[in-house]
Design a protein around this ligand. Structure first.
Ligand SMILES: NC(=O)c1ccc[n+]([C@@H]2O[C@H](COP(=O)([O-])OP(=O)(O)OC[C@H]3O[C@@H](n4cnc5c(N)ncnc54)[C@H](OP(=O)(O)O)[C@@H]3O)[C@@H](O)[C@H]2O)c1
Length: 267
């Protein structure tokens, strides 16, 4: 089903994005790789070219609309069409509301929210032409707001609203729109997180949380595209949180309040 499909994956030079790219390359897809760092794009493209020659990449910030137009143009110039857009680029962020500075909030909104809106705006016409797919990578933090992750939770929750709107709007065009909810997934050593001052710092290894393997999370992303299912979860705990919150929203919020110090110390 992915053979010769042209797929743009934003934020695909490490972590879940790169793992998804590897697995799609093995399935015969033509890939467009992206992240802000030119050096990381070069390394990822070289790695993926060991699987398939049909890989190109471009460094660019998805919070900048002009960069997304360049990414779309690269896909069209290289492969002639766009079938699938995976809006994966995102940044983890933490900080208590009493500490977090406005610039940190703005950065998270720009990357996590506008960084999914801009590639979508740039590619939507081409994707409609192919009756293709647009997938947003959300988070469990977008199911229910987590203490000390307010900026991250707010932006990931906003992606759900965005995906729901587009799902209805683009149904006449035959376009699949979905939202994926990864649970805590094993991260690369160089994964960064924004602190309350808006600075990117290398993420400490989380203790006390069982992380899902990257290939499981990437496998669920691929399964979701195959099945054209609106929501998909990469772990049982992510699914359980969704169901518990749906049926017992007050209880879920009370449990989170009870464990707020533990959750805050997990950053
Ligand atoms: N890992 C988890 O436990 C987990 C759980 C739930 C949801 N998620 C979501 O899954 C997605 C991937 O997570 P991950 O853990 O694989 O993250 P990651 O290891 O930090 O990788 C993020 C990727 O996005 C790129 N990126 C960041 N900001 C960008 C920007 N403004 N423009 C273009 N590229 C950008 C990064 O490269 P550069 O730094 O070079 O730009 C990198 O390639 C994110 O949306 C995240 O929120 C992850």
């Amino acid at each position: 089903m992915f053979s010769d499909k042209v797929i743009i994956i934003t934020g695909s030079t490490q972590g879940i994005g790169l793992k998804t790219a590897e697995m799609l390359a093995q399935r015969g897809a033509r890939l467009v790789i992206n992240s802000r760092s030119e050096q990381k794009v070069d390394v990822a493209v070289a790695k993926l070219r060991q699987i398939t020659p049909h890989v190109v990449g471009l460094a660019g910030d998805v919070s900048d609309y002009a960069s997304c137009i360049q990414l779309r143009n690269l896909a069209l110039d290289s492969f002639g069409r766009i079938d699938i857009l995976i809006n994966n680029a995102g940044i983890a962020s933490g900080g208590l509301i009493k500490e977090i500075v406005p610039e940190a909030y703005e950065k998270v909104v720009r990357i996590n929210l506008l960084g999914s809106i801009h590639p979508t705006l740039a590619c939507v016409e081409e994707i409609c032409r192919q009756k293709g797919s647009i997938l947003f990578i959300g988070s469990v933090a977008g199911i229910v707001g987590l203490p000390s992750y307010s900026a991250y939770s707010a932006t990931k929750r906003a992606l759900v609203g965005l995906a729901e709107s587009l799902r209805s709007e683009l149904s006449d065009d035959g376009v699949f729109v979905g939202i994926n909810y990864p649970g805590f997934t094993e991260n690369d050593e160089q994964k960064t997180m924004l602190n309350a001052r808006g600075e990117e710092e290398v993420l400490r290894k989380r203790s006390g949380v069982k992380a899902v393997k990257q290939d499981k999370t990437a496998g669920q992303i691929i399964r979701q595209l195959e099945k054209r299912k609106f929501r998909m979860y990469s772990s049982f705990s992510a699914l359980a949180i969704q169901w518990i919150y749906r049926f017992f929203p007050g209880l879920t919020l009370n449990i989170l309040r009870h464990y707020r110090h533990k959750i805050t110390s997990m950053q």
